[in-house]
Design a protein around this ligand. Structure first.
Ligand code: ME8
Ligand code: MG
Length: 535
């Protein structure tokens, strides 16, 4: 059952382009990271969860011009909107990095110098197609009908410039070795095979500076060039933990345990990035996990493709009777996205499917378990947890065994970033707890004074199941878990360690003492009607 000894856990999301506003795709990656961060904090790990904004992009520069403001003014207006969005949606990031910050710039310059000293930078000229949405040079052969394969609605641009290049071609064999020796490095396996195939097909050197671009970090010793936005952006994972500014802190957190990304930016994270780190003599991140893409009724989520679903709208849509997302609506949005789509695969969203699952899993199964358990306690014993009989009978033993088994499987799934699998384990317990109450019929036991001992046992077991579930659901449903901890009067999941407990302590059977008081509170997940809004 034990999730092991606490350790350092550094995880990241991509830094998002500030020309866009946050949509459900960005939210999806960020929620997955938040769930993982909360889980590791619960384990007692020294957790550092990073997100931020990618600001030196041509798209950003052009957008600012369209709006008639300076690029600096534009990014200073947009970046806080991202920060606020995450803060209002319960995202618990420990830091937020902006690539226009001084601490970032210092580290990027340091990395360029290190790579240059290693002899992996040379001057050359580039001529060919460039996709501004990808911020990436393409080979003619990679275009589809003369267009970017990822952004077919956008004109490809032609670039001809003198640039500095990074000698990526020299790193194929070392990258291949590393990936083969560390199967956990690129996940899931399908993505790993894709990366290996790209390496097999031969890696081309790539330009790491731009001559015609003015918005960016000036290249060391050559102010006619700015550093290529991807070289700049990837380095955020180093600079946020002190690279180039705080060596001790950097050595403490680096290498990252996991970079969570979407599959669209796999090549940058699983090929360019490790090659840059190898060149600079820095350790590689332990895992790059590329999840799948979300679609809305088969359409791509992005403004340029015409679908822009805000995570606020999703959470508000899951909040009955209000346009403002409530805690239950925000919890539901997190839960539904991670439960609906196995992490790693593509998935299609419809409000109808989400609302159905909300009513089934959250309003009925989980919400009902919580409210019936606490209401029965209130009604039968004035909220006091009764003393269970000393002798453990078979049905209670079966509950203990199931909790132990599901908890172990839950930890294993979380270690694999299999969020839907972890939730299946939790809902096994939810289902059993509901089944146990129905089979035990406490309402009948209560009518017969000779069955008091049996009734006490049922009440105790139900309360104890609910207490353990409070901690298991907490990374996914932080609002509901907090509310339940309040109603059960047990330590809040966020402060388990501050209160002097370990995760093992709070997940072990028997945490509730006889005589402990509980209270009844508001319904966790009010039922939803069919959605009115369609995007
Ligand atoms: O690429 N489904 O930023 P970006 C799932 N700045 N995830 C999605 C998604 C969808 N439909 N749409 C977007 C960039 N995402 C660079 C990153 S990192 C050093 C620099 C998520 O704003 C997913 O995580 O285009 C994807 O990889 C990311 O947003 C792209 O965000
Ligand atoms: Mg993008």
């Amino acid at each position: 059952v034990s999730p092991g000894t606490p350790s350092k856990y550094y995880l990241t999301t991509p830094i998002y382009y500030v020309n866009d506003r946050p949509h459900i795709g960005h939210y999806y990656t960020t929620v997955a990271a938040d769930v993982l961060a909360r889980y590791h904090r619960l384990r007692g790990d020294d957790t550092f969860f990073l997100t931020g904004t990618d600001e030196h992009s041509l798209n950003v520069d052009r957008k600012a011009r369209e709006e008639g403001v300076t690029t600096r003014e534009f990014v200073d207006k947009m970046a806080p909107q991202w920060q606020e969005t995450w803060a209002k949606l319960d995202i618990s990031n420990d830091d937020f990095i902006r690539t226009t910050e001084e601490r970032h710039k210092a580290g990027v310059l340091e990395l360029v110098r290190r790579v240059r000293d290693a002899g992996d930078i040379f001057e050359g000229t580039y001529e060919g197609p460039y996709c501004v949405s990808c911020e990436r040079f393409y080979l003619e052969k990679d275009l589809v009908d003369g267009r970017c394969p990822l952004h077919p609605s956008r004109e490809i641009e032609r670039v001809e410039e003198r640039n500095f290049f990074f000698r990526l071609s020299a790193f194929g064999p070392r990258l291949r070795e590393h990936i083969k020796a560390h199967p956990e490095f690129v996940q899931p396996e399908e993505r790993r095979n894709e990366v290996l195939a790209t390496i097999e097909s031969g890696l081309e050197d790539f330009s790491i500076s731009r001559e015609s671009v003015k918005w960016g970090i000036p290249f060391p010793d050559d102010p006619t060039q700015v550093i290529y936005v991807w070289f700049d952006a990837l380095t955020n994972y180093l600079t946020a933990v002190g690279y180039g500014t705080d060596e001790e802190r950097f050595r403490h957190y680096w290498p990252a345990n996991v970079h969570l990304i979407g599959k669209d930016i796999l090549r940058f994270h699983a090929i360019y990035w490790p090659a840059m780190l190898l060149s600079a003599g820095l350790p590689l991140p332990k895992t790059v996990f590329a999840h799948g893409f979300l679609y809305f009724k088969g359409r791509k989520l992005s403004k340029s493709e015409g679908v822009m679903l805000s995570p606020f709208d999703l959470a508000a849509q899951l909040t009955p009777g209000s346009d403002e997302p409530s805690a239950s609506g925000r919890d539901a949005a997190r839960y539904l996205l991670l439960r609906h789509v196995p992490f790693g695969r593509d998935g299609d969203i419809t409000y109808e499917a989400l609302v159905d699952r909300y009513n089934a899993d959250l309003a009925n199964d989980f919400g009902n378990l919580a409210s019936r358990t606490l209401k029965i306690l209130k009604q039968y014993t004035d909220g006091v947890v009764p003393q269970p009989p000393a002798e453990v009978e078979a049905r209670t033993e079966a509950l203990h065994a199931l909790v132990a088994e599901a908890t172990t499987a839950f930890h294993a799934a979380m270690d694999d970033l299999d969020f839907s699998g972890a939730l299946e384990q939790v809902w096994r317990l939810v289902g059993r707890a509901n089944g146990y109450i129905e089979e035990s019929r406490p309402w009948d036991l209560r009518k017969d004074p000779s069955r008091e001992i049996a009734l006490n046992l049922v009440l105790y077991n139900a309360a104890e199941m609910l207490r353990i579930l409070t901690y298991l659901v907490s990374p996914f449903l932080p609002g509901a878990a907090d509310e339940l901890a309040k109603q059960l009067r047990v330590p809040r999941p966020m402060s388990v360690h501050k209160d002097g407990y370990t995760l093992d302590d709070v997940l072990s059977w028997g945490g509730l003492a006889a005589g402990h008081m509980t209270e009844v509170g508001p319904v966790l997940f009010p039922r939803l009607d069919k959605p009115v809004l369609t995007a």
